[in-house]
Design a protein around this ligand. Structure first.
Ligand SMILES: [Zn+2]
Length: 222
């Protein structure tokens, strides 16, 4: 029986020969259903969250194929990848909500009530580093919203980033020609419903000011 890596490869590239040492390891270091792959010209090492152990082989193959598409820069579609994407869109129901933060929880509650009639199930919530480039993200595999620390004291902007990430949780993504689309037209329309028409401008100003403060902080002269 071929290894799961070889089987995934053959399903994805039926005309190519599998010439790698392929490994899959399950690790307790990941949150939720996250995974990654390390690639060298002759090896493919997949590390999957331990939670994947109990997921069907068919869906695991889809995950491995989706990672192979990334590594080899291809956009091949398979039934396994379809299954994996369906799994990824529903898996948040099964993920324990263990991470939170009082500031983020309040923001989530405000935004959820105002824009979603409080119907969105609370994801894991955490602050990331002090990033000016990665403002926020939503991880499907661990049902986690991560928001940059720089918004900790700005309720309006924090809510805006929270709103954006919750839109991801609500609308998910769709695939076409082997690509996933997250910021769709519908997404952008919904994003504009944020009740502060000037918010993008405010966000830019805030980031510019914060950066200046940070990089040109002078000693105080009394
Ligand atoms: Zn986004």
């Amino acid at each position: 029986m071929p290894s799961i890596v070889e089987e995934a490869f053959n399903g994805l590239y039926p005309d190519k020969e599998f010439s790698y040492i392929g490994t899959v390891r399950y690790s307790g270091k990941f949150h939720g259903y996250n995974a990654n792959v390390k690639y060298s010209p002759n090896s493919l090492d997949f590390k999957l969250s331990r939670n994947w152990k109990s997921v069907s082989r068919e869906i695991q193959i889809g995950l491995i194929q989706a990672l192979m598409n990334k590594v080899f820069r291809t956009k091949v579609k398979t039934m396994n990848i379809d299954l994996y994407n369906i799994f990824l869109k529903k898996v948040h129901y099964t993920i324990p909500k263990t991470e939170s933060d009082p500031v983020l929880e309040e923001s989530f509650a405000r935004v959820n009530e105002r824009y979603f009639n409080s119907i969105i199930e609370r994801p894991n919530l955490k602050f990331g580093g002090d990033s000016f480039t990665k403002l926020g993200s939503y991880e499907y595999g661990s049902d986690t919203i991560i928001i940059s620390n720089v918004f900790k004291d700005d309720t309006l902007l924090l809510d805006y980033i929270m709103y954006h990430e919750l839109l991801h949780k609500k609308y998910k993504f769709y695939e076409k020609d082997g690509r996933s689309y997250h910021h769709t037209k519908l997404f952008r329309t919904k994003e504009k419903e944020f009740e502060e028409p000037d918010i993008e401008h405010k966000l830019k100003l805030f980031l510019a000011r914060k950066k200046i403060k940070r990089f040109f902080r002078l000693p105080k002269i009394i």
